[in-house]
Design a protein around this ligand. Structure first.
Ligand code: MOS
Length: 737
C-alpha cells in the first residue's frame, strides 16, 4: 500500500501559481468598467467634521463621485453581540456621522475612472474640522480606563506576594505593532441584479459575507465573497475594515464595479494593529524557586469605537504551577484606530512579560532559568483543574537544551564570547490554545480520475489548499497531483475563519469524513454495476487505496481505478458533504500546544551591535500534517518575533495621533540580514482530543517565546534588562560589559 502524504514535507499545491505570479490576489481580478475609490482620511486625531468642500474635486477629470457622511445612504451596524460570521474590524460603520475618533479615519471616498484621477481629486477635497487634542498615550490622565470581565483569581496572590521571601516586581511595555502584510488591504465590489460579488483579501470569507450583508442591508445569499489568495494577514484580515463596505456602497450607488485599496500609510491607522500594552507582573517565590504568587495586571489601548481586549493574561492561570494567582485586564480608550488580533494575540505580549519576569526571578535566585521552569512545571491545568489533553513541554525543554548545548551556558553576565562578540543565551516557554470549530466540506470523485475537495475557508499562506488535498489523498490514495482543492469562495460549503491557529484542526475531520462518505457511495456503486469486477459483492468488503477500489486485504493492483467504475455507469462524478463540530475532548481536557525556544544573541560592544545569531524552536503541537508548511509557520513566526523584539514600533505624533513611521522605510521589520540560522523540531505526539489526526494549530505559537528569549539573551550578554520593546542599541549603551 502506498504511504500517505500526511506528515511529510509536501510542497504547496498552490506554490507554482504564486511564484510564477499567476495567483490572482484580490485587486488582481480583471473587472470590466472598473472605477477606483480613494479614501480621504482625517487629518486630526479627535473632533468633528465641520464641512466637506468637494466642489473642486467633483469637477476634476474622471471624477464620478465624492461620497461622505452628508450625502450617502447609511452603512448599517452589524447586530451585537456578534452572531457567528458578522464581526467587523471596526464596530462603527464608515460615514456614520461627523465625529472623528482617530487620525486616518475615512471621512470621504473619491471615485473616479482611474486610480490616478481619484488620487489627485482626493487631494482636492477640503475637509474642515473642529479639532480637539487627541488622547494618544496610555498614561494620559484624561484617558478613560475600563476594567474588563477578564479577571482571574485563585488563592490570595497579594498576601502571598507580600510574605514571599523572594520577589520580582516589574512593568513591561510593548508599543503598538502594525501587521504590515505584503498584500495591502483592498476590495473590488461588483453590484449586479441586486447581488454583490466582492473580490477580497480576507482571513474569513464567511465572516466577510455576513458582515457585508448586514452593513449593506442585503440578504446574505446576495453577497458572494471571493478570495482565492491572501498575501499575508497575520490577523489584520480576520475582520472586514472600512474599505470593503465603502467599495460595496460605491458600486451600488454608481452602478459600476468599484475597487478601493488601502494605501500602506493608512494600513497603520485603519486596518487594525496590536495595541500598546503595559503589564505589571509580580512574582513571589521561595528561596529554592517554587512560585508562591503570580500577579499579572495588563492594560491595553482600545479605540472609542470598540472595547478590544488584548488578552495578555490568558496563559497566566495555567502556564506554571502556583497556588496564588491573579490576572487582571483593563482597557484605556485612546484616539487611535481599533486594534485587532495580531499573530498570537494576547499570549504573545503576555508571555513577553511573564517569561521576562521568570528570568528576572531566576537571576535573583541564581537558579538556571530552565531549571526554574521545571521546578514550577504544571502537571495539570490548575485554573480549570483539568488534565492537559497532551502536554510534552518537559520534553521540549529537554530536547531543546540538549540540541542547543544549554548545559554549557555560563550564567555570569557577559562571560561568553566569540571573537568580538559577547554571547547571550536565552530561552522561553511557548504556548497557544488548541482550537477547533465546526466545518463542512465537499469531496467529489470524477470520471476523469480526479478528486476535488471544497470548503468556504481560505488559505492565508499557511498551506490550507495543500492540507485539504493531503487529507483526500490520505483517505483515497489518489496522488496529490490529481486532487484539486477549492476554497476562498463563500458559496462553497461553510468553512472556518483562518484565525486562532484553528483552521487545519477544524477542516481536516470534515474533509476526511466527506472522503469516507463519497468512497462509501463508490463502493455501493461498485457492487451494483453489471460489468464491475465487484458486482454482487458486499460493499463493506471494499476499500480504496492508491486511487483504486479493491477487496480488503488484497493489493490495490488487484482492483480497478475508481474512475473506471464511474465510466462503467456513465456517471460523471460522485459527491458527498460532511459536517463536523468542535474538538471531542474540549469538555474534558485543557487543550493547548506548548514549546520551548532557545536563542543566542551576539553583542559587539565595540560597535554597539546586537544581533540574533541562532534560534532553536521545539514544538509540541500534536501531529504535523505537513512538515514543510508547518515548519514554515514556525520559521515565519520567529522572523516576526525578531522584529517584535528588536525593531517594530508604531510611533504616534502626540499632537494629532498620526503614525509618523507609516511606511516600509521607517517601520522596521526583520529582513534577511536580521535573520540567522534557525532550527525547528516538532515532537509530534498526536492529540486525539482534538480529532482523529491529532493535529493542533501551529500558526501563532512560534511567536510566543521569541521576544522574551531575546530579552533574556540580551540581558545575559549585556547586563541590561530591557522591559520596554523594542530592544534598540541605544537602550544597551549603559552596558558595562
Ligand atoms: Mo490570527 S492573529 O487569529 O490571524
Amino acid at each position: 500500500m502506498a504511504t500517505s502524504v500526511v506528515g511529510k514535507e509536501v510542497t504547496r499545491v498552490d506554490g507554482r501559481l504564486k511564484v510564477t505570479g499567476r495567483a490572482a490576489y484580490a485587486v488582481d481580478h480583471p473587472i470590466e468598467n472598473l472605477a477606483y475609490g480613494v479614501p480621504v482620511a482625517s487629518a486630526i486625531g479627535s473632533g468633528k467634521i465641520t464641512g466637506i468642500d468637494a466642489s473642486v474635486a467633483e469637477k476634476m477629470p474622471g471624477v464620478l463621485a465624492v461620497m461622505h457622511h452628508g450625502n450617502t445612504e447609511p452603512i448599517f451596524r452589524t447586530a451585537e453581540p456578534f452572531e457567528r460570521d458578522s464581526h467587523p474590524g471596526e464596530n462603527r460603520p464608515p460615514f456614520e456621522d461627523d465625529v472623528v475618533y482617530y487620525y486616518g479615519q475615512f471621512v470621504a471616498l473619491v471615485v473616479a475612472n482611474t486610480l490616478q484621477q481619484a488620487q489627485e481629486a482626493a487631494r482636492h477635497v477640503k475637509v474642515s474640522y473642529d479639532a480637539k487634542k487627541p488622547l494618544i498615550s496610555l498614561d494620559d490622565p484624561g484617558a478613560e480606563t475600563k476594567p474588563t470581565r477578564r479577571h482571574y483569581t485563585r488563592g490570595d496572590a497579594d498576601a502571598a506576594f507580600a510574605s514571599a521571601p523572594v520577589k520580582v516586581d516589574a512593568t513591561y511595555v510593548i508599543p503598538t505593532e502594525t501587521h504590515n502584510a505584503m498584500e495591502m488591504h483592498g476590495s473590488i465590489a461588483v453590484w449586479k441584479d441586486g447581488k454583490f460579488t466582492l473580490y477580497e483579501t480576507t482571513q474569513g470569507v464567511m465572516n466577510h459575507q455576513g458582515v457585508i450583508s448586514q452593513m449593506l442591508g442585503v440578504p446574505v445569499e446576495n453577497v458572494h465573497v471571493v478570495s482565492p489568495f491572501c498575501g499575508g494577514g497575520f490577523g489584520s484580515k480576520l475582520f472586514p475594515w472600512p474599505q470593503s463596505p465603502l467599495a460595496a456602497l460605491a458600486a451600488r450607488t454608481l452602478g459600476r464595479p468599484v475597487q478601493v485599496t488601502v494605501p500602506r500609510s493608512l494600513m497603520f491607522t485603519t486596518t487594525g494593529h496590536r495595541p500598546e500594552t503595559e503589564q505589571h507582573v509580580r512574582l513571589g517565590a521561595t528561596q529554592d524557586g517554587k512560585l508562591l504568587a503570580i500577579a499579572h495586571e495588563a492594560k491595553n489601548q482600545t479605540s472609542p469605537m470598540n472595547d478590544y481586549v488584548e488578552g495578555c493574561t490568558e496563559p497566566t492561570p495555567f502556564l506554571y504551577s502556583c497556588p496564588n494567582v491573579t490576572a487582571v485586564q483593563s482597557l484605556v480608550t485612546l484616539n487611535i484606530g481599533t486594534p485587532t488580533s495580531m499573530r498570537g494575540p494576547g499570549t504573545t505580549p503576555g508571555m513577553f512579560a511573564l517569561d521576562s519576569a521568570m528570568d528576572e526571578l531566576a537571576v535573583k535566585l541564581n537558579i538556571d532559568p530552565l531549571e526554574l521552569r521545571l521546578r514550577n512545571y504544571a502537571e495539570k491545568d490548575e485554573s480549570s483543574n483539568r488534565p492537559f489533553s497532551s502536554k510534552h513541554l518537559r520534553e521540549c525543554y529537554q530536547t531543546g537544551a540538549e540540541k542547543f548545548g544549554w548545559s554549557k551556558r555560563n550564567p555570569k553576565v557577559g562571560s561568553m564570547r566569540d571573537g568580538n562578540e559577547i554571547l547571550g543565551w536565552g530561552m522561553a516557554t511557548c504556548t497557544w490554545g488548541a482550537y477547533r470549530g465546526g466545518a463542512q466540506a465537499r469531496v467529489r470523485l470524477s470520471a476523469d480520475g480526479r478528486a476535488r475537495v471544497s470548503c468556504a475557508t481560505q488559505d492565508i499562506g499557511t498551506g490550507t489548499y495543500t492540507v485539504m488535498a493531503e487529507i483526500v489523498s490520505d483517505k483515497t490514495g489518489i496522488p496529490l497531483d490529481r486532487v484539486d482543492a477549492v476554497l476562498g469562495d463563500s458559496s462553497l460549503p461553510p468553512g472556518p475563519t483562518s484565525g486562532g491557529s484553528s483552521a487545519t484542526a477544524t477542516i481536516v475531520s470534515a474533509v476526511a469524513q466527506a472522503s469516507m462518505s463519497v468512497m462509501d457511495d463508490l463502493f455501493k456503486l461498485a457492487v451494483h454495476t453489471e460489468k464491475s469486477p465487484f458486482n454482487g459483492a458486499d460493499s463493506a468488503s471494499l476499500v480504496m487505496s492508491s486511487g483504486r477500489v479493491h477487496k480488503k486485504g488484497e493489493s490495490p493492483e488487484s482492483g480497478v481505478p475508481f474512475e473506471q467504475l464511474l465510466k462503467l455507469r456513465r456517471i460523471a462524478a460522485l459527491e458527498q458533504e460532511a459536517k463536523t463540530g468542535g474538538a471531542p475532548g474540549r469538555e474534558k481536557y485543557s487543550m493547548h500546544s506548548f514549546g520551548a525556544q532557545f536563542i543566542e544573541v551576539g553583542w559587539d560592544p565595540g560597535i554597539a551591535r546586537l544581533r540574533v545569531r541562532r534560534t532553536l524552536t521545539v514544538m509540541d503541537a500534536g501531529r504535523i500534517i505537513n512538515k514543510k508548511a508547518g515548519g514554515n509557520q514556525i520559521l515565519g513566526a520567529v522572523v516576526m518575533g525578531i522584529g517584535m523584539a528588536m525593531l517594530e514600533e508604531t510611533v504616534y505624533d502626540p499632537r494629532n495621533g498620526k503614525p509618523v513611521n507609516n511606511n516600509y522605510a521607517d517601520y522596521l521589520v526583520a529582513t534577511n540580514a536580521d535573520v540567522p540560522e534557525q532550527e525547528v523540531i516538532f515532537l509530534e505526539y498526536p492529540d486525539l482530543a482534538i480529532g482523529e489526526y491529532g493535529a493542533r494549530g501551529i500558526g501563532e505559537i512560534g511567536l510566543t517565546g521569541v521576544a522574551s528569549a531575546i530579552a533574556m539573551a540580551t540581558y545575559h550578554a549585556t547586563g541590561v534588562r530591557v522591559r520596554e520593546l523594542p530592544i534598540r542599541v541605544e537602550k544597551l549603551l549603559e552596558s558595562r560589559v
